[in-house]
Write a protein that binds this ligand. Structure first.
Ligand code: UDP
Length: 297
């Protein structure tokens, strides 16, 4: 189920031949009806890129608040287990490093990312309340930066931004001095973590991400080496509210799920680059986000 506000049917084209697959085009922020029985509900609907939050802040707020409420209600009605996608963004600009699940975060509710961060925090609170009051089987995953094939080239996030720039022969744009850090998890590792958490009996929030931390400056160097581009690095202003560091503490996932990431960045980046190289000219040059000024203040 997807309203395709940031998604693309091309990404699931290969699934339509599967007789066990059905797709509903629907916005889960409005009442959700699904006929028949349900065993599991996985709520991943939400814009997930800082530029998207700026473009569609109200939809971003609604999908993790009203949308979560609808899906928790659906889970209750169907007696289904529900897993909701939360995010490292609930830690805001963290003052604890690496981030453990016990850390409560440092979030500006009215900053540009507040619409995402606060909706996801509300989602966690609502999900725990349904668990505690209604005994609903709930799971909460806090997802850290993830990448892989089928990301949107122009969604503004750093990996597709750098790879797109390298392929088009443009300079790589680093926001700020590039000393801010992120920790990138390859999508297959994330999916394995989601699956294990779903089947576990652990109802409190759990971090899933790759603790291999890197500065954005070093990351740009890796992309330059990977793509062989001879473009330069240019610096732009750091967007307001951009977290300075981010790295998951994954001890809980290791202990409780026996999970840890397996794919090294060098391998994951190569697979992702190979995917982006298959895009055609229109896909490479279409700019969904012409109004970058808003992001840069
Ligand atoms: N970033 C950058 N250049 C870009 C896009 C992003 O330097 O063209 C930086 C951004 O300021 C942030 C980091 O890369 O510090 C990761 O940004 P992204 O939008 O991928 O996700 P975030 O982790 O901030 O939600």
């Amino acid at each position: 189920m997807d309203n395709l506000i940031t998604g693309d049917l091309k990404n699931i084209e290969h699934l339509f031949k599967n007789p066990n697959f059905e797709f509903y085009r629907h916005d889960v922020s409005t009442f959700v009806h699904v006929p028949g029985e349900l065993d599991y509900i996985l709520h991943f609907a939400s814009p997930a890129s800082p530029i998207d939050y700026l473009k569609i802040p109200i939809q971003t707020l609604k999908v993790s608040s009203l949308g979560t409420h609808n899906l928790l209600g659906l889970a209750r009605a169907k007696n289904a287990r529900i897993l909701v996608a939360s995010t490292s963004e609930i830690y805001g600009n963290p003052l604890v490093h690496p981030q453990t699940e016990e850390y409560w975060g440092n979030v500006n509710p009215v900053g540009p990312r507040g619409v995402y961060d606060e909706a996801k925090r509300f989602q966690e609170a609502l999900t725990m309340a349904y668990h505690n009051i209604h005994g609903l089987e709930t799971r909460i995953i806090r997802i850290f930066n993830t990448y892989g094939p089928r990301m949107r080239l122009n969604d503004g996030r750093v990996l597709p931004a750098f790879i797109g720039q390298a392929i088009r022969g443009e300079d790589l744009t680093i926001f700020g001095d590039g000393s801010q850090t992120r920790s990138f998890c390859y999508v297959d590792d994330l999916v394995e973590g989601i699956y294990r958490l779903l089947l576990s009996d652990y109802a409190l929030p759990m971090n899933i991400g790759n603790p291999d931390e890197i500065s954005i400056l070093d990351f740009a160097d890796e992309i330059i080496k990977l793509t062989g581009t001879d473009q330069k690095i240019v610096h732009k202003e750091l967007p307001e509210g951009d977290p300075l560091m981010r790295k998951p503490d994954i001890s809980k996932a290791q202990e409780i799920l026996g999970w840890e990431p397996k794919v090294h960045r060098s391998e994951g980046l190569k697979i992702t680059y190979d995917y982006f190289k298959t895009l055609n000219h229109d896909q490479l040059y279409k700019s969904e986000h012409k109004n970058f000024e808003a992001y840069f203040r």
